[in-house]
Ligand binder design. Structure first.
Ligand SMILES: *[C@@H]1O[C@H](CO)[C@@H](O)[C@H](O)[C@H]1NC(C)=O
Ligand SMILES: *[C@@H]1O[C@H](CO)[C@@H](O)[C@H](O)[C@H]1NC(C)=O
Ligand SMILES: *[C@@H]1O[C@H](CO)[C@@H](O)[C@H](O)[C@H]1NC(C)=O
Length: 233
């Protein structure tokens, strides 16, 4: 009887082992695809090289790497908000901090004068994690089926803008506002909606621009009607 029980246990274990997915070569491949192994500690950007590999600049010779390659000074300095949007971004990307090259992280300081706005834009290569250090920001993003996720953030609040989605921030507090953003890329890139459509160089041809204007106009007229109605009421 004891032997029978042992045999049953063995059969059970064997059946389980054949049913369960085995840790296959495919899993190992997926791992390396997600996390390619570096053969070095870092790849400090060589500012004087023209060679880039998928957005990553050629690595500086390790023998010439200095502690200052990993250092950025000046995020304590308020950005100049004397501009039409009353907003300033101080980036700390791989262009400003060569040691970030290839690491897939970066940060920025955001300053807003009273009423300042970071107009709708997207970072095609990075999610953004924002923490408010001073003031109050109305911040939000729109998902790919046009649903708005927006709220008012105050000091200590952290908000995430998922990669690639159009987002904005508006200073709704009194006085200036200050925030720090972290990015999941050393070179997040930025596309500003209006500038991309109407401010490209060379400009997008008139027919395409008219199409864009028509698309915007449709929604603008609805918005204008809403604004007029609220003023009248
Ligand atoms: C980089 O490109 C510029 C202009 O194309 C050239 O003048 C310069 O010599 C290049 N530098 C190197 C290190 O190849
Ligand atoms: C920022 O910090 C630097 C030291 O890294 C200091 O020299 C400078 O005065 C500071 N600036 C402000 C505006 O606090
Ligand atoms: C966008 O958000 C709305 C509201 O939560 C949701 O119904 C929709 O599925 C979302 N779209 C995507 C692509 O996640």
């Amino acid at each position: 009887m004891v032997m029978l029980k042992q045999l049953a246990t063995l059969v059970f274990v064997l059946v389980q082992a054949t049913l369960l997915p085995t840790p296959s070569i495919a899993t190992a491949d997926a791992y390396f695809e997600l996390q390619p192994e570096w053969l070095q500690d870092y790849c400090v950007a060589d500012r004087y090289s023209n060679i880039t590999v998928s957005g990553m600049v050629k690595c500086k010779n390790s023998a010439h790497v200095h502690v200052t390659d990993f250092l950025f000074r000046g995020l304590n300095v308020t950005g100049n908000t004397a501009n039409p949007t009353a907003n300033a971004v101080t980036p700390v990307f791989s262009a400003q901090l060569p040691g970030l090259n290839g690491l897939g992280v970066a940060m920025a300081r955001l300053d807003f004068a009273e009423g300042g706005i970071s107009v709708p834009h997207t970072h095609p290569r990075a999610s953004e994690l924002l923490v408010v250090l001073k003031g109050a920001l109305y911040a939000g993003f729109v998902n790919t089926t046009n649903h708005l996720f927006a709220t008012t953030l105050t000091v200590g609040d952290v908000f995430v803008f998922p990669k690639g989605l159009v987002h904005f921030q508006l200073n709704v507090g009194q006085g200036n506002a200050k925030a720090i953003s972290a990015f999941s890329s050393q070179n997040p890139g930025v596309l500003q909606v209006g500038r991309t459509l109407f401010g490209s160089n060379p400009p997008i041809n008139d027919e395409v621009s008219q199409g864009s204007l028509y698309e915007i106009g449709k929604f603008f007229l609805v918005k204008l009607a809403e604004i007029c109605a609220s003023v009248v009421n």
